[in-house]
Structure formats: C-alpha cells, structure tokens
Design a protein around this ligand. Structure first.
Ligand SMILES: [Zn+2]
Length: 148
C-alpha cells in the first residue's frame, strides 16, 4: 500500500481511533441537517478536528464513541482481558479530549460532546442539539418548495 502521509500525519490519523464518519457521527450529522442547521465537517485548523463545526455560531459538536473515549456507560465498559493496555489507551484519549475541549474554549468556541449512547435516544438528542445550537435557520428546502 502506498502511504504518502508524513509520520506526523500518520500518527495523527492513527490517534483518531474510531475514525471519521462513524455511525454515531452520521446519526448526529443527519439529525442536525434535518433540523435545518448547516455546518462544516472535521475542520483541521481547530483543536481536535471537531466533527461538526458551526462557524457562524462559533460552536462545535464532537461525537465520541463511548468505548474509546471512556464514557462510563454500558457501551463504554472495558473488556475483561488485557484491561491495563486498553485502560491506558483510553486514558490517553480522554486526556486528549479534555485538552482539545479546553483549547477550543480558549479560542472562543462553545463545545458540545455527544456520546454514542445518546444517539440511541433521538428525542433527547434533538432537544440537546436545539438547546446548544439555538434557533435553526429556515430550511432552504422550504424556500424552494414555496417558490414552486
Ligand atoms: Zn456512553
């Protein structure tokens, strides 16, 4: 396999465990879009490459897998074998998450973390997105319909 990444870029990519475009992330994107919000994805110029970026509102939403980011919920529970190894990895992820959130806030961004397990309760998730993001703009699709 040809690998054009610099060592630094590669380790950044490797560090992004769970990767982009995960199922929980897609759920959040679809929901936010359906509610009428418009956003950018994975802006690399921001700490932690936030999953959803709402530049006009200066807000970002990070979608965290419960396991890799160490959520204390049912999904996030550690496996029984090799606990030390995973624990260490997850602790590192958590520390990085904290740092990224802090850096984002220092730059004046408001942040919301959506956990994987929260994407299983769409009604509550919709409410918390609405609460965090504020009033959605009018949907362009509605204007299109009105014109016809
Ligand atoms: Zn969870």
């Amino acid at each position: 396999m040809v690998d054009n990444l610099t060592p630094e870029a590669r380790s950044r990519r490797m560090a992004r465990i769970g990767g982009k475009n995960t199922l929980p992330e897609m759920v959040v994107r679809k929901m936010a879009h359906g509610m009428g919000y418009r956003f950018r994805l994975h802006r690399r110029d921001l700490p932690g490459t936030p999953d959803l970026v709402f530049p006009g509102r200066k807000k970002v939403v990070m979608v965290h897998g419960c396991y890799w980011h160490g959520h204390g919920c049912k999904i996030g529970r550690l496996p029984k074998s090799n606990v030390g190894f995973w624990q260490e990895k997850i602790e590192r992820n958590r520390a990085r998450d904290e740092r990224n959130l802090l850096d984002l806030r220092k730059l004046g961004w408001k942040t919301l973390v959506v956990w994987q397990c929260e994407t299983r309760r769409p009604e509550e998730l919709r409410k918390s997105l609405r609460r965090f993001l504020g009033t959605p703009p009018k949907k362009p699709i509605d204007r299109d319909r009105a014109r016809r």
